[in-house]
Design a protein around this ligand. Structure first.
Ligand SMILES: CC(C)(COP(=O)(O)OP(=O)(O)OC[C@H]1O[C@@H](n2cnc3c(N)ncnc32)[C@H](O)[C@@H]1OP(=O)(O)O)[C@@H](O)C(=O)NCCC(=O)NCCS
Length: 187
């Protein structure tokens, strides 16, 4: 089956909302359509859907956020941050298509775009025990950061340095240090 990763379009939201609700509804972690759309509107170039044949089978939403901060799940985005840190807010693959590497394909696209755009780090809040998955992808946990209760019990803040697109070197030698990247500001 042909797999394509592409930018999110207006007509994708029914499918994205259905995937989100199936993934998080049981845990009470759904944020709803308006919040999801606002995350993508803040950074359309770092949000993608994955088509598996004719079906939208996954999505990834990422937006710049200062290191060690993250979206409030109960609120839509009302500012766009200009940060060297890209926050991978959400990644979902349809349940019947998991363990086939589709999440890895979406993450690979994000890291390519992040490097091209000069991001220094990618952060995320791992929910529902997914920190095992993220650790396998190279993310490191910041155990000193405690995400709010809205992210569910056991949520883990994690980050990954992004290699420079030209040199292949990472800018932050140790992204586990509690140092915010420079030039974080609200625009
Ligand atoms: C997490 C998620 C996106 C992974 O999608 P996926 O397409 O199955 O991931 P991949 O096939 O690329 O996974 C590659 C590897 O990650 C690991 N992995 C994937 N899901 C895992 C899980 N739930 N627990 C532990 N390890 C997992 C496995 O090592 C897997 O390789 P393997 O199948 O050879 O063992 C998917 O399970 C999902 O949508 N979950 C619900 C939403 C969610 O929790 N998203 C993350 C929120 S922060």
């Amino acid at each position: 089956m042909r797999v394509t990763v592409r930018a999110v379009r207006g007509g994708d939201w029914d499918a994205v909302v259905a995937l989100e609700s199936a993934a998080y509804g049981a845990a009470g972690l759904t944020e709803g359509r308006a919040a999801l759309e606002s995350r993508a509107a803040a950074s359309p170039a770092t949000c993608f859907v994955l088509d598996h044949g004719n079906r939208t089978a996954g999505y990834l939403l990422a937006l710049p956020y200062p290191m060690f901060t993250y979206p409030d799940l109960d609120r839509t985005e009302d500012v766009v941050f200009h940060s060297r840190n890209l926050h991978l807010h959400d990644l979902v693959v349809a349940e019947d298509l998991r363990r086939r590497g589709l999440a890895g394909i979406l993450l690979g696209r994000l890291l390519t775009v992040a490097a091209a755009k000069g991001y220094a780090t990618v952060s995320l809040v791992a929910v529902g025990g997914s920190d095992i998955f993220w650790a396998a992808q190279g993310f490191r946990a910041h155990r000193g950061i405690t995400p709010p209760a809205g992210y569910g019990t056991g949520a883990v803040y994690m980050s990954l340095p992004v290699p420079d697109a030209r040199t292949g070197r990472t800018e932050l030698a140790d992204a586990s240090a509690h140092q915010a990247p420079i030039n974080d500001e609200v625009g």
